[in-house]
Design a protein around this ligand. Structure first.
Ligand SMILES: Cc1ncc(COP(=O)(O)O)c(C=O)c1O
Length: 392
């Protein structure tokens, strides 16, 4: 397969971008968003020029849609709630890693690697999206699954993300030693093993965060949100999303700072921990601004991470399951118990704590994770069927 760097016009502003193009590249038609007031067009264009000048493979269907949530939003009295659909980024199962991987996979291809390597829990959305990106780019993929959480139920090792990674042809490895989520396991040794075997691995850290390019995808997303909200004539006061490995929040903060946008970003932790996450988000955001040569910096006060459901990573309490059911039954949309259910729970908590001033406009990011719902099926209760009796 031919892989080359070419200049390409990017739909995010018609700015020339440097993309890694493959001969079978199937770039999608992307709808340009008209420029309107409330954003400084010059700074958005400047940011786009800096980001789109970098090598990037086209993996995501961009821009992802934004929709108003009238029914679920009515739970947040006095506010207007919108949803950014990054669960629809395009690779099998969707999710936030796809935006990040556009930059990392380009770097992998440029460095001559023939294999993407990463780690995550058995039901990791990140490993599944890495498997999908590798398939799209016809690279090999090796996934190391770590015991960051106990199996959630009988289907945990068979369905959802792990099934999809298997179908997409990734080589699946597992390390059974129980570890905290901050421990990425023997990834370097794993790469040495692959190299000895004759592979040319490119190592992507878990969550694609602690990498020089890890936050660029969500910097670009910040510019996308600015354009969409300008087109919709909605200025968001708050942006709420789930935070785990940190580069989604870091990229959003860095991108918004770069364009002078004052929307307050609130991360909802995927577990009880908030201090390590705040420090990591701060470090990643400032590293991303430096990486693309911008002078702005994020201060610790800009980084807000709350914990709503304090269950350990990979498990959720009954209020999170209630929040998932509420979204499903009010909007016909799905959220998972590991990440997005916790974001919903955090959003409801922020509203009930009176955090959103009356009239606030809130943008909730849906960052994917839906495939994992199946692995937690037993925790939603068994579907009940009513027998169909013949009338009379
Ligand atoms: C569905 C979903 N939401 C949120 C997150 C958290 O994103 P980040 O790791 O960039 O903080 C993840 C990360 O795995 C995810 O899969």
């Amino acid at each position: 397969m031919r892989i080359a760097l070419e200049d390409a016009a990017d739909s995010l502003g018609g700015i020339r971008s440097r993309k890694v193009i493959q001969s079978d590249n199937n770039d999608r038609q992307e709808t340009p968003v008209p420029d309107r007031k409330r954003i400084d067009q010059r700074t958005v264009d400047d940011l786009l020029r800096l980001l789109l000048g970098r090598p990037r493979v086209s993996l995501a269907l961009l821009p992802t849609p934004m929709q108003k949530l009238e029914n679920f939003g009515s739970q947040l009295t006095g506010t207007e709630l919108w949803l950014k659909r990054d669960d629809l980024t395009g690779l099998a199962g969707g999710g936030n890693k796809t935006r990040k991987l556009e930059f990392l996979v380009a770097d992998a291809i440029e460095s001559g690697a023939d294999m993407l390597v990463t780690a995550g829990a058995i039901q990791s959305n990140h490993t599944r999206q890495t498997a999908a990106a590798a398939a799209r780019c016809q690279l090999k993929c090796a996934l190391l699954h770590l015991a960051w959480t106990k199996d959630a139920g009988p289907g945990y090792r068979q369905v959802g993300n792990i099934l999809m990674s298997h179908i997409m042809g990734a080589e699946l490895f597992v390390d059974a030693s129980a570890r905290p989520i901050e421990d990425q396991g023997p990834l370097q040794d794993f790469c040495d093993f692959l190299r000895k075997r004759g592979d040319r691995p490119y190592l992507i850290p878990a969550g694609a965060s602690e990498h020089r390019l890890g936050s660029l995808g969500y910097m670009l997303c910040a510019a996308e949100i600015a354009r969409q909200s300008a087109a919709l004539e909605v200025h968001f006061d708050y942006l709420v999303h789930c935070t785990g490995s940190g580069s989604t929040q870091a990229g959003l903060l860095a991108g918004l700072a770069a364009i002078g946008n004052t929307t307050r970003v609130i991360g909802v932790s995927d577990d009880h921990e908030t201090r390590i996450k705040r420090e990591r988000v701060l470090q990643l955001a400032n590293a991303a601004l430096a990486e693309i040569g911008l002078p702005q910096r994020i201060s610790p006060a800009d980084v807000e991470v709350i914990a709503a459901d304090r269950s350990p990573y990979g498990s959720a309490d009954s209020e999170t399951f209630d929040a998932i059911r509420l979204l499903a039954q009010k909007e016909g949309l799905m959220a998972d118990p590991v990440y997005e259910g916790k974001a919903l729970r955090g959003l409801l908590k922020l509203a009930s704590d009176g955090r959103f001033e009356s009239g606030s406009k809130v943008l909730l990011m849906h960052l994917g994770g839906t495939p994992a719902v199946h692995a937690y099926a037993n925790q939603f209760g068994t579907p009940e069927f009513s027998p169909l009796r013949a009338a009379g």
